[in-house]
Design a protein. Sequence first.
Length: 108
Amino acid sequence: MKIDSIVKQELWRSVATYFFSFLLFAYLNLKGYILIEPEVILILAFVFTATHFSLLVWYRKREQLLNPSISLIINHIFESKSYEEKTTEPYEKKKSVSLPRFENRYVF
């Protein structure tokens, strides 16, 4: 079975994401900001990681981003054009200038 390179990179990134999200939810539970059972922390961290994984794979495939650097991906998100700007043709943005019409005047 051949795994896509983007999926493989995001799978490795999701290992770290799961670890940090688990620590975050455990910290929030210990401090009393969220009141959940300890088993739910594992499930909540997994759901957060799966969502993060699927969104990044979807975005990187849509935008064809091959560089796995998270800072470049975030930079690309904030600098990219809106969907309307991407799909509008350049000639649709400019106002059309009407040229003067010349009648068929042949001078022999």
